[in-house]
Design a protein around this ligand. Sequence first.
Ligand SMILES: Cc1ncc(COP(=O)(O)O)c(C=O)c1O
Length: 401
Amino acid sequence: MGDRSRKAIALAEKYGAHNYHPLPVVITRAKGPFVWDAEGKRFYDFLAAYSALNQGHNHPRIVAAARKQLGKVALTSRAFHNELLGPFLERLCALTGQDRALLMNSGTEAVETAIKAMRLWGYQRKGVGEDQAEILVCANNFHGRTTTIVGFSSDPASSTGFGPATPGFRVIAYGDADALKSAIGRNTVGFLFEPIQGEAGVVIPPKGYLKAVRRFCSMYNVLMCADEIQTGLGRTGRMFACDHEGVKPDLLVLGKALSGGLYPISALVGEEEVMSLFTPGTHGSTFGGNPLACAIGLAALDVIRGEDLARKSAKVGAVLLARLKTLHHPALKEARGRGLMLALEFTSRVRPLVEDLMRRGLLAKDTHENTIRLAPPLVISEPQAEAAFRLIRDAVAAFKG
Ligand SMILES: Cc1ncc(COP(=O)(O)O)c(C=O)c1O
């Protein structure tokens, strides 16, 4: 590591809270599926900012849209109208087949918005008694970092020390539709889940799960709320992971790649019956829905559609998964994934492997100690994915795990 990188890391370590354990690499430049460190070394980015960079780094069309809007107006607050809010909301609704959208900034905020929406609906439409609403969530979920959300996390690292937990949530097994069916009670207002669990290590539920969830939610009058913050917008080889089973949730939470990799944008998109319950004063955000965000979000969606990134993700992802499945290592348990949301699960700690990959020129991140998530920007070409695979193959061969 060079002096420039060492200095940057030392300063962040000294003055920052240590709430992350980053790889020792200082990124100073990026383009498409690549990043460069302070010393000019190039890396494949196989984390893609936890799937916020589906369109690749610094996509010229998205950067141009941001620049253009910066020259006009960036922030109005929702106290006033702006010309781009309507078009962006309309586009989101057309893309998802939903009626209305509410814009926020981080994914966590959009999940909080969904929780509020489900509770509002429970009290005003389902007739649940005051403060009695219950939302079902899954074991090993990841929905964000607020006190309410970590309160129903089953990961002690996320939740320990941050109690008391907000009441009104119940954790059930993931991927088990019967567990959902038997957990639904009189006060159940919603089921919040990830169609594929990302942070848990790319956990894919059994075939038919999404369809069964849809069926039980409709049958028992419970809102089906899919958190597609990580799986959405092409990542899994379809526009949304729910599309793999042809299922439409009542509420859809989006974030990450809605940003085009430039600027935090998130949204709750849903049906009229729920979304119409928000009235002035019930929810808001100073930055949510600002004109800069709308300009960037529109361009981000244009690129996903225009470059057919969902189809590309399916195609390149299938090739890469087939290659990963050829890997043999005594500690390798499984290669799995859908589209370009892939993972290698080992029986041992993978941090040394992740560090070796970094030395070889590929950045990926361990999740839950034993799993490496492999999720490059969807703009990665097949030859680039092949070249990246060779780095992975060589690092796995050298892994002492
Ligand atoms: C499924 C899911 N929900 C919510 C979040 C939280 O999003 P953010 O970090 O933008 O708040 C994440 C982030 O990793 C996520 O993967």
